[in-house]
Design a binder for this molecule. Structure first.
Ligand SMILES: CC(C)(COP(=O)(O)OP(=O)(O)OC[C@H]1O[C@@H](n2cnc3c(N)ncnc32)[C@H](O)[C@@H]1OP(=O)(O)O)[C@@H](O)C(=O)NCCC(=O)NCCS
Length: 225
């Protein structure tokens, strides 16, 4: 529920609006229709939850670019070293509300400032969204996502992708890309459900540590006209 202390940044219901809210715990982005879940900034105490999520077999099986097994040291390197940089940008963002900040977020390798998907009632980190400039197609942005399997099939995957893309649109990003293996119907389903369109299918050799096999990969895009 929205409290009196929350600040609605922009109520316009279109692709370039941003629902950045601020309450006593700080800034966050709500997920449509899921009042107990939010995109939030990272907290140092999230390490164990990230490690748990990335080591779950249902999540780990789709990992390409991260450590297997995933350790607290992996989490520190990937996410938690960026917290001071994220905090500096969040300060700028909050002070410019209801408008976007004058500059894009600093490059933290797609470690999104609101990348911690949190259950508000428990404070628990339940998912991760990565968002930022694409290393594959510079000039475009790219989104990826992982959700704790205990929370699958409730619309949270769709919700976190939709909210991340809305944030990118608010910053002026026109095209957001996403990739998934053809054999991953949950990922392609969540992307389609979030308004992404498939534009390409390519056979890509996976890294040696994943068997080196060639697998069909689907490319998706979300474009703001
Ligand atoms: C991908 C992921 C985030 C989806 O999260 P989710 O919350 O379970 O998905 P949602 O409940 O929002 O479902 C979104 C859509 O996908 C469909 N879907 C979800 N899981 C599915 C599955 N296993 N098989 C087929 N369709 C599925 C849903 O039916 C829904 O479609 P609809 O909106 O038309 O009804 C989650 O499965 C996950 O974290 N998977 C492991 C990590 C991963 O694969 N990451 C992506 C790597 S590319």
């Amino acid at each position: 529920m929205t409290t009196m202390s929350e600040t609605l940044a922009n109520k316009e219901d279109n692709d370039t609006s941003c629902l950045v809210l601020v309450d006593e715990e700080g800034p966050y982005i709500p997920l449509d229709g899921l009042p107990d879940f939010r995109l939030t900034p990272w907290r140092p105490g999230d390490v164990d939850d990230v490690v748990d999520i990335f080591n779950r077999p249902e999540v780990e099986k789709w990992a390409v670019f991260r450590d297997i097994p995933y350790t607290p040291a992996s989490a520190h390197t990937d996410f938690f070293t960026h917290i001071p940089t994220h905090r500096a940008y969040l300060t700028q963002l909050i002070s410019s509300l209801p408008y976007p900040p004058p500059s894009l977020p600093p490059d933290t390798k797609r470690k999104f400032i609101f990348g911690a998907v949190r259950q508000h009632s428990t404070g628990r980190l339940v998912g991760v969204v990565s968002l930022g400039e694409s290393s594959h197609q510079p000039g475009n942005w790219e989104v990826s996502y992982q959700l704790n399997p205990d929370f699958h099939r409730r619309g949270i995957g769709k919700g976190m992708i939709v909210s991340a893309v809305k944030f990118a649109s608010w910053l002026g990003v026109k095209r957001v890309l996403a990739f998934c293996e053809k054999a991953n119907p949950a990922s392609s389903g969540a992307l389609r459900s979030a308004g992404f369109k498939q534009f390409m299918e390519v056979d890509i050799p996976l890294p040696e540590h994943l068997g080196g096999k060639v697998r069909p990969v689907l490319f998706f895009e979300h474009v703001v006209e």
